[in-house]
Design a binder for this molecule. Structure first.
Ligand SMILES: C[S@@+](CC[C@H](N)C(=O)[O-])C[C@H]1O[C@@H](n2cnc3c(N)ncnc32)[C@H](O)[C@@H]1O
Length: 342
């Protein structure tokens, strides 16, 4: 249905002609009702509120060599953009286990995929850390599978919703957890972090050149919200940082997010478990978004190739073309690597 169709009543009141805040953008939150609005937002290089534009889709599908009847895992199902395309190619007869740590988004994604016709016989959703993929496959009697995909990091739904606390651009609770019901929020993590621990996280998780200075200014402090942390980073840098300050704030948020969600621990565990989860000839594709992630995937695939675990691996990373980058700037830092189980 397009915007010209019958319109449900507005549920959110806002000032001015157009909604500005994430939660007010009721048309973007319902792309199935307001498809023209969603298409316009995407054409302008933005992501509609509450959704996620999948990255390097054709390249991921090609790397996985999908066909009807295959069984596999989407380890980071998110909005289900890749999952919907995978399901279209493995149907009829295929099955996809969809993992995600996020208990808020996974039910919505399951409902969207169900509306596309993929019920439990085709799509099995499981709220789980992908570090436990081998256990999840065993629990669902799926054994070794034909393919696995991981699209790392956080989704646009998580990044753009101020209530999730991932963004330094909008005020929100300093949370940053993929699963807000588990572990420490970013505010609690920072309040407990020593200078050494924070400096190590800034250096390892975001290659932050001023890790020690920033850690000394931020560690052990309790920040009331996302903007308070961003302001404290700018204050620690001083006025000379100028426009570079925003890049530093971005790196600090990335480093803290990775630490709060133990993203590298999960990725290392997943990469270790992969060979046991794939059938001979089974394929894996991984999308990474920064050097810490890509380094781990590259090293695991190269080591597996040398030792004969993988029969083939991607020689070069695959990146988004100019048009995809224009339409979806979030694709700019994406790197795709693949491997084939021996
Ligand atoms: C970039 S998004 C995936 C988007 C998805 N490919 C799509 O097309 O909509 C990454 C997703 O991975 C999830 N995630 C991050 N770390 C995870 C982990 N350790 N275990 C399971 N899910 C995780 C996040 O909650 C998020 O939904």
């Amino acid at each position: 249905m397009s915007d010209a169709g019958e319109r449900p009543p507005r549920r959110v009141r806002y000032r001015g002609r157009n909604p500005r805040r994430f939660e007010e953008k009721y048309k973007e939150h319902q792309p199935e009702v307001y498809s023209e609005t969603a298409a316009k937002v995407i054409a302008s290089g933005k992501t509609p509120a509450g959704s996620h534009v999948p990255i390097l889709v054709a390249e991921c599908l090609a790397a996985l060599a999908l066909r009807p009847g295959l069984v596999g895992v989407d380890a980071t199902v998110g909005y289900g953009g890749h999952a919907a395309q995978i399901l279209a190619r493995i149907s009829p007869g295929g099955r996809l286990l969809g993992l995600d740590a996020d208990p808020l988004e996974l039910p919505k994604t399951t409902a969207r995929l169900l509306a596309l016709g993929y019920g439990e016989e085709a799509f099995l959703p499981l709220r789980s850390n992908y570090a436990g993929m081998a256990k999840a496959l065993a629990q669902h009697a799926l054994g070794a599978v034909d393919f696995a995909l991981a699209d790392l990091g956080c989704s646009s739904m998580q990044l753009d919703d101020p209530a999730r606390g991932f963004s330094f651009k909008t005020a929100g609770p300093l949370d940053m957890r993929m699963n807000p019901t588990r572990g420490l929020s970013a505010a609690e993590w920072l309040a407990r972090a020593s200078v050494d621990k924070l400096a190590a996280a800034l250096a390892e998780n975001a290659d932050e050149p001023r890790a020690v200075t920033l850690a000394a200014a931020l560690a052990g402090r309790r920040f009331s919200n996302t903007l308070a942390l961003a302001d404290a980073v700018r204050a620690a840098l001083g006025e000379s940082a100028g426009e570079m300050a925003d890049l530093t704030v971005r790196r600090v948020f990335q480093a803290v997010r990775i630490a709060v969600n133990d993203e590298f621990g999960a990725l290392d565990a997943w990469l270790r478990s992969l060979p046991d989860c794939l059938k001979p000839g089974g394929r894996v594709a991984v999308l990474t978004f920064h050097s810490g992630e890509d380094r781990r995937v590259k090293q695991a695939f190269r080591a597996g190739h040398r030792s004969g675990i993988y029969a083939a691996i991607s020689e070069e990373v695959i990146t988004a073309g100019a048009e995809e980058r224009r339409l979806n700037p979030r694709s700019s830092s994406a790197k795709l690597r693949w491997a084939v189980r021996a």
